[in-house]
Design a protein around this ligand. Structure first.
Ligand code: UN1
Length: 507
């Protein structure tokens, strides 16, 4: 039964694929259902279980649409995309509620997810009038050199469930503004969010075949799509395991691919930190989105001098967090995405206690509140006395679990922070500018935050990480951001001397 005061029953959304401008079911007529993770007995969406025929048709449509779309002037492409962003903005509350119901994150974060999609839309629409190249001098007289940006071709976009409107928009807007055409395969758990977003692109006037939506499982539709010979590039956000498969395939076939994967992000709390601020930052970073952000902080390294003070205050704050349905205004933390995620988190409780011998401070199990029994809930969980060798220090859990580790000084804190395979986001709380600057230099992550949380990157900044988090690409805006993934650079040299001049000093 829904919780008291949250009985808003939502209509089940019948998702369709968009292939060559037409809304269609899977040829096999097979579908799958997605439940509300807070009330597993409520079906939020029913979507096509697509396979090879749908992927083949979508790739073919994207190939057919590519010449006209890539030849459309970028500012004109951008006008259509600007309209899509406006439509997403107009539909923000409807989409935000859907994010909450299909994915489970709390209302303010669900609306933030949609806001990130809108922001990306407006930013990338601006790219239509930039898409800048460079000019460079020639070593020869009467010769000019410039670079231009051109689209890569047909892109497969494969996105996760944790930001079900933002991450698709991180990829669709730049892919399209730079002139690529797209086959978009969203996570199976958030097909309706993807469908509602794609509907708005369609409504804004994106021509047929330019953006195609194919829903289904990663194992079937996703795997076939990323290996499809008609695909020129793959952009993926998700687990490192799947990313590796994509990387191996694209590497072997020399295809452009951008991978944004796991994280095991850290907050360092120095002895001179504002401890209350650090507590606020750590609660938000560890338990925002129920710990299901790739930027979530699942490690907190605290200077020994403020260890006890931080631990006590942090624990007090964590114990106040209220679990529940995302659209209940009293809820601080929603459920996990599905039963498998709860089981994985439970498995890590055993690892932490039996194998690692870490000390559990709170949580560690599903809540006992009978009102929550139909949802995929897990209590906010904190371990302490965690050392860098322990598995819970190193492995990504993607749930509401964080681990506190004691450090004797700044250097040890940085050493521990870097002692993992991932490198997405890190933060340090300190009032000492020298520590702040040194940490910014030394932390092996794509994102470094000073005196704030590890989550909440803004869309105009390049987003991504080092080590096993990524493969050198970045999402979003700024130099080195999405433009590098979705465009090829071409160098154009014009010799207007009337003779064949030779570079490299050749007479
Ligand atoms: C993710 O979890 O994959 O920085 C993305 C953040 C968000 C995006 C997270 N803007 O936390």
């Amino acid at each position: 039964m829904p919780q008291k005061g949250n009985k808003k029953k939502t209509k089940t959304i019948q998702v369709k694929n968009l292939i060559n401008g037409k809304w269609v079911a899977a040829k096999s007529r097979k579908t799958y259902k997605r439940e509300n993770p807070a009330f597993a007995n409520q079906i939020v969406s029913i979507a096509p279980l697509s396979g090879k025929p749908e992927v083949d048709a979508a790739v073919k449509a994207a190939q057919k649409a590519f010449p006209a779309w890539s030849e459309t002037p970028a500012p004109k492409r951008a006008e259509i995309l600007f309209k899509a962003a406006e439509l997403i903005e107009k539909n923000k509350s409807r989409l935000g509620d859907l994010v909450a119901n299909e994915m489970g994150k709390v209302k303010k974060e669900a609306y933030g997810d949609v806001q990130e999609a809108i922001d990306m839309g407006y930013y990338m629409a601006g790219e239509g009038r930039r898409m800048f190249g460079q000019t460079m001098p020639s070593e020869l007289p009467n010769k000019s050199i410039r670079t231009i940006r051109q689209p890569v071709g047909i892109f497969a976009l494969v996105t996760p469930w944790n930001f079900p409107t933002a991450i698709p928009c991180w990829k669709i807007f730049p892919a399209l503004v730079y002139g690529n055409t797209v086959v978009f395969k969203p996570s199976k758990y958030t097909s309706a969010c993807a469908y509602e977003i794609v509907k708005l692109f369609h409504q804004a006037g994106v021509p047929k075949g330019v953006l195609n939506l194919v829903t289904g499982s990663g194992e079937e539709a996703g795997d076939y799509l990323i290996k499809h010979p008609g695909i020129d590039g793959v952009a993926f956000t998700g687990s490192s395991n799947v990313g590796r498969i994509i990387g191996e395939h694209c590497g072997k076939n020399l295809k452009n691919h951008s991978l944004e994967m796991g994280g095991k992000n850290v907050i360092i709390v120095m002895d001179d930190a504002d401890v209350d601020l650090a507590v606020d930052g750590a609660v938000w970073a560890a338990f925002g989105t129920t710990g299901q952000r790739c930027t979530a902080s699942s490690r907190i390294i605290v200077h020994q001098k403020v260890y006890k003070q931080f631990r006590d205050k942090f624990l007090k704050a964590v114990k106040k967090l209220k679990l529940g349905y995302a659209l209940n205004p009293k809820t601080d933390m929603g459920p996990l995405i599905n039963e498998d995620a709860v089981k994985k988190t439970e498995h890590y409780m055993e690892v932490a206690q039996k194998h690692d011998k870490a000390k559990l401070l709170c949580g560690g199990k599903r809540p006992s509140d009978p009102k929550l029994k139909n949802g995929y809930y897990f209590l906010p969980t904190v371990f302490e006395e965690v050392t860098p060798k322990m598995r819970i220090f190193c492995e990504e859990i993607f749930g509401p679990v964080t681990a506190i580790t004691k450090a004797k000084d700044f250097n040890q804190a940085i050493e521990y922070a870097n002692n993992i395979e991932y490198g997405l986001s890190a933060s340090i709380f300190t009032t000492n500018v020298n520590y702040a600057e040194k940490a910014a230099e030394k932390l092996e992550t794509g994102l470094v935050y000073i005196n704030t949380s590890t989550i909440g990157a803004e869309i105009q900044t390049p987003f991504g990480g080092l080590k096993n988090t990524g493969n050198g690409h970045r999402d979003a805006g700024g130099d080195g951001g999405a433009i590098e993934t979705y465009t090829e650079m071409k160098v154009i040299s014009v010799d207007y001397s009337g003779s064949i001049q030779k570079a490299q000093g050749i007479e």
